[in-house]
Design a protein around this ligand. Structure first.
Ligand SMILES: [Zn+2]
Length: 313
């Protein structure tokens, strides 16, 4: 797109090069998994309701609280094998109904939206994987083919039906999120109905059956804002396990400019020039985006520089 800048997309949260090899070929090998679980270098963390314990490290970072398996809460099931790092350390998440109590002063529970901003790439990737599996496991306990209760298999990556033999795999819902610009290189931002005053962001929506992702971008922008879109360029993706999405980020070029919001998803949508957005950030009329969403990175890509320091939405 003609943003007139060499500014590239900034680091997208939850997508870092974690160095973790998922080693999926081990998931069906119960003997290997049992040996890996009890190996002294293996590290385990508990995931519960989308949260895990995080802690500050002596060198000023934030890390997942991980223990060897023998210190982990007992469980027969719900061990998710997440992979192996370059040093051969194996990582498991243990799904429990609650997080273990900790006596440490600084260890605290955190969900991915918070932890994703604090953790290093490896831990953020491990937690993203674990939370996505937990979300799917918790809501897919029964066979969608015959209704029988299903059982966990493949170290958390399959649910099997003992009655009809069906194998069910984790679900990922594709969604698009797009920075739409017009011929004057203005950016279209929208406000959803229930968002606080001043919060604007890029438009987004789910891919429907039978659609290409480019068609979804055009359909969603027209449905939500009444704006027609021509050229569509894929930029980057982001796992978004809230509960099961994969966000596909785009730059999109509008071929019309009249805005007509649907009033259902969007309350308001506006075109901003860079100068207008810079001024709106300054006056507080528009709040700089915060959080882990790829939305901020897409807006920056057009804006041409990092956005002002975000405040919590
Ligand atoms: Zn079944």
């Amino acid at each position: 797109m003609s943003s007139g800048t060499a500014y590239g997309i900034g680091p997208v949260a939850l997508t870092g090069g974690s160095g973790i090899d998922r080693a999926a070929h081990h998931r069906l090998d119960e003997a290997w998994l049992a040996a890996a679980w009890s190996h002294p270098t293996t590290r385990v963390f508990v995931v519960s309701g989308g949260q895990a314990l995080i802690d500050d490290t002596p060198d000023g970072r934030t890390a997942l609280v991980m223990t060897p398996a023998f210190e982990a809460p007992p469980t027969e099931q719900h061990r998710y094998f997440l992979g192996t790092d370059p040093d051969g350390v194996r990582y498991f998440a243990l799904q429990k109904d609650s997080l273990p109590g900790r006596m440490d002063d600084s260890a605290r529970p955190a969900g991915l939206r918070e932890a994703g901003l604090l953790l290093g790439d490896r831990d953020a990737a491990l937690l993203t994987h674990a939370v996505a599996l937990e979300n799917w496991q918790r809501t897919h306990r029964f066979c969608s083919r015959c209704g029988e209760r299903t059982a966990i298999a493949a170290a958390g990556h399959i649910r099997r039906c003992p009655a009809c033999g069906a194998e069910h795999y984790p679900r990922t819902d594709a969604a698009v999120i797009m920075a739409v610009t017009d011929a004057d290189d203005r950016l279209l931002l929208g406000r959803q109905l229930h968002w606080p005053e001043g919060r604007f962001s890029t438009l987004a929506g789910f891919v429907e059956p039978g659609e290409t992702i480019e068609q979804t971008v055009r359909r969603e922008v027209f449905e939500e804002a009444g704006v027609e879109v021509g050229e569509v360029e894929y930029v980057a993706s982001q796992p978004w396990p809230f509960p099961a999405s994969l966000m596909l980020g785009f730059l999109a070029r509008a071929t019309s400019t009249e805005v007509r919001v649907d009033g259902e998803e969007l309350h308001e949508a506006r075109w901003f020039s860079r100068e207008e957005l810079r001024t709106a950030f300054g006056t507080g009329e528009v709040l700089p985006p915060s959080g882990i969403s790829i939305a901020a990175r897409l807006i920056e890509l057009w804006y041409g520089e990092p956005l002002p320091t975000a405040r919590p939405w």
